[in-house]
Every structure is written in structure tokens, then in C-alpha cells.
Design a protein around this ligand. Structure first.
Ligand SMILES: [Zn+2]
Ligand SMILES: [Zn+2]
Length: 282
């Protein structure tokens, strides 16, 4: 349900004084996909934290079967309009309209067409599926797809490499997502990681530090791992930040830790997506 501009205008007159976190959150979900809160609630929390920018990135999966898990093709227009309407009510914050699009090789054409049909500010590239298997979901933990953990990891990096080579995306979402459940490869996947990083660099894509794994996933670690982040830095890959919030209260979560994680990996700047310029880490 869209929030009306009138509702958006009813904001608390006083905000708590906070030390601003001058890093934008570019990975936020709302009721337009599988988030729990409306756009305005996320904006209110971002303002409380002092974030300068907020980017929504609703799920889009061309073969989405669960209606409430992703933004269906016929709701994308409504989503884009709602972000614009909300942005008009909050001029003190830069609001961006992104999308978290799954890369499915069998539906690549449909996905790429969507990305060029709407005026998104950016497209996150997500690989939640390998060969049709949704390794990202808890209900699939006992599924056949996980019988060969190494296979999931191998196909993850191969699929991600292919996605980067399309040149259609801006930022890799949650790089090294298969670690979500704590299932690590027994085989060495470093060569596959290197190939993926090189494809990401060649495409001019950024990666994000995604803080959702730290507290909300069994792995209890941000994405990507520190070693992978260092290698991304060495490849000259730019960095963004995302909470992957599915609730307003999760917007900007653990960004201080994420900033420290970035600096420890050698990053001195992050990519501000509103103008696509690198700026010094605050
Ligand atoms: Zn995702
Ligand atoms: Zn997400």
C-alpha cells in the first residue's frame, strides 16, 4: 500500500542529535518486495542516523513464484513512482531508486530489458540461485542442492562472472553469499574468486560491504570476507555499503563496523552512487 504524501508530511518535529554517519545505505527493502516496512519508515530511520543518502533496492527475479518475495514486473512502475513521491517529501536526504536484480542465465534477456526500461539509479547484481537452486533460503538447507557444497560455491562464482560480463549491473550484492549458512567449500575456490573479481573490475562494477550477515545470518560475518575485500581492493574495485535492511530499524545497521572493515582492507574511499564519484571514507 502506498503511503500518501500527506502521511509522509507528518514527521516528528524534533530529531535526536546524532553524530551523522556520512555513508549512504544502498541496499534497503520495503513492502514493495520482502521488507516489512514502508519507504517512509526507512527514511525516518536513516534521518535519525544522519545518513546522507538512502537507496532502495527491491528484489526483482524474473521467475519469482512467491508474490511477496519480490517486486513483480507490473509493480515496478508503482515502486519507481513511490520512491519519487517519497523523495519529494524528504528533501534533506538524497533518495535513490535502485533494484536488486537476480541474475538467472535462462532469464537474462528479461532482466536486462527491465534494467533498461526503468530509470533506476543503479542495479545491484544478486546471485541467490545456482542452476535453479535457491541456496539463499533456510527452507532449502536440507535440499539436494546442498549435498555438494563445493558445487554450489563453484557455480556461484561462475554465475557471478557471467553476470558481470553482461555489463548490465552496477554493484555486486553480498559477494560470497553462499557462506550465509556457514557452509564453506572444502575445495580451493580462490581461482574462481579471482576470475569473478577480474570480471567485476573489467565491467567497472563496484561491490558492497553488506552488513546483514553480521547479526542476521548464521555466518555472523559481513559480506564479503576480509580476504576477498582486500583482493577486490587490489583489483581497483570500488566500494559501496548496504545493510540489506528488511525492517526500517535495520537501515544503516553496523555501518561503523563496515567502515572499519573497509579501511582494514585498504579502502580509503567509497563510491557515492548519487553522483558516482568516489569520496573519502568519513
Ligand atoms: Zn540479496
Ligand atoms: Zn537484498
Amino acid at each position: 500500500m502506498l503511503t500518501s504524501a500527506g502521511d509522509l508530511g507528518r514527521r516528528s518535529a524534533e530529531r535526536p542529535t546524532v553524530t551523522p554517519m556520512r555513508i549512504g545505505d544502498y541496499h534497503v527493502h520495503t513492502l514493495f518486495s520482502d521488507g516489512c516496512d514502508e519507504l517512509a519508515a526507512c527514511v525516518e530511520h536513516a534521518l535519525e542516523l544522519g545518513l546522507p543518502e538512502l537507496g532502495f533496492a527491491e528484489h526483482f527475479t524474473p521467475v519469482c513464484l512467491a508474490d511477496d518475495a519480490c517486486c513483480s514486473r507490473d509493480r515496478v512502475e508503482e515502486y519507481v513512482a513511490a520512491v519519487r513521491e517519497t523523495a519529494a517529501c524528504y528533501p534533506e536526504l538524497r533518495l535513490l531508486c535502485g533494484i536488486e536484480a537476480d541474475y538467472l542465465p535462462e532469464a537474462a534477456e528479461e532482466t536486462l530489458a527491465l534494467l533498461t526500461s526503468f530509470p533506476f539509479d543503479y542495479a545491484l547484481c544478486a546471485v541467490h540461485f545456482v542452476d535453479g537452486f535457491s541456496f539463499d533460503e533456510a527452507r532449502h538447507l536440507e535440499a539436494d542442492g546442498w549435498r555438494d557444497v563445493d558445487h554450489v560455491w563453484r557455480r556461484y562464482y561462475e554465475t557471478l562472472t557471467e553476470a558481470a560480463q553482461t555489463g548490465a549491473f552496477d554493484v555486486v550484492a553480498h559477494l560470497d553469499l553462499p557462506k550465509k549458512w556457514g557452509l564453506r567449500p572444502s575445495a580451493d575456490v580462490s581461482a574462481l574468486e579471482r576470475t569473478a573479481l577480474q570480471a567485476i573490475a573489467a565491467a567497472g562494477m563496484a561491490i558492497e560491504i553488506n552488513t546483514s550477515g553480521l547479526e542476521r545470518h548464521p555466518v555472523t560475518e559481513m559480506y564479503p570476507a576480509a580476504s576477498l575485500l582486500r583482493r577486490a581492493r587490489a583489483e581497483g574495485i570500488a566500494l559501496t555499503f548496504g545493510s540489506d535492511a528488511h525492517r526500517a530499524a535495520e537501515v544503516g545497521a553496523h555501518f561503523a563496523e563496515a567502515r572499519a572493515w573497509a579501511q582494514a582492507a585498504g579502502y580509503e574511499s567509497w563510491l557515492r552512487l548519487s553522483d558516482r564519484e568516489p569520496v573519502a571514507l568519513p
